[in-house]
Design a protein. Structure first.
Length: 148
């Protein structure tokens, strides 16, 4: 028991971040340029649009060892592909419902709208989400403790 408690005490989550090329990834670049700090737990994956993030990608992230997944996109009404962020919101809502039905923690997935000019907001959201996942502990979906 003492070993398991020590592992949970030292737990650092792995978080996969699917970031829209036009807005959220640009906000991440801005945060870096402005030397804003956010957790190193984030593993960014740049996608052309948050609407291209399929539920299978999110599930694959969890099966590959992620403790949390965040999808960042343009603000509603500002999507470069017109309705991509609405598609992302709908897909993730469905996935959260499925996860809840299976008894999995649907709070391990988050969708955030961050524009290109919001570097501070990006850093704050990544910090808050990392703290939230750290508080939840390791994902119960991990297969053999695999991590990215």
């Amino acid at each position: 028991m003492a070993g398991a408690e020590a592992n949970e005490k030292n737990f650092e989550p792995v978080i996969i971040a699917f970031l829209c090329n036009w807005c959220t990834a640009t906000a991440a670049d801005l945060a870096g340029t402005m030397r804003m700090q956010y957790p190193v737990n984030i593993r960014p994956i740049r996608v052309m649009c948050s609407g291209t993030v399929d539920q299978v990608y999110v599930l694959k992230a969890f099966l590959s060892g992620a403790d949390g997944v965040i999808i960042g996109g343009c603000k509603p009404g500002d999507c470069h592909y017109i309705s991509g962020n609405y598609k992302a919101r709908r897909r993730i809502h469905i996935l959260k419902t499925i996860m809840e039905t299976l008894g999995l923690e649907h709070d391990r997935i988050q969708v955030s709208w961050i524009s290109a000019a919001e570097g501070k907001k990006f850093a704050d959201i990544m910090t808050d989400f990392t703290d939230k996942i750290r508080g939840m502990g390791p994902s119960p979906v991990k297969v053999n403790g695999t991590a990215f």
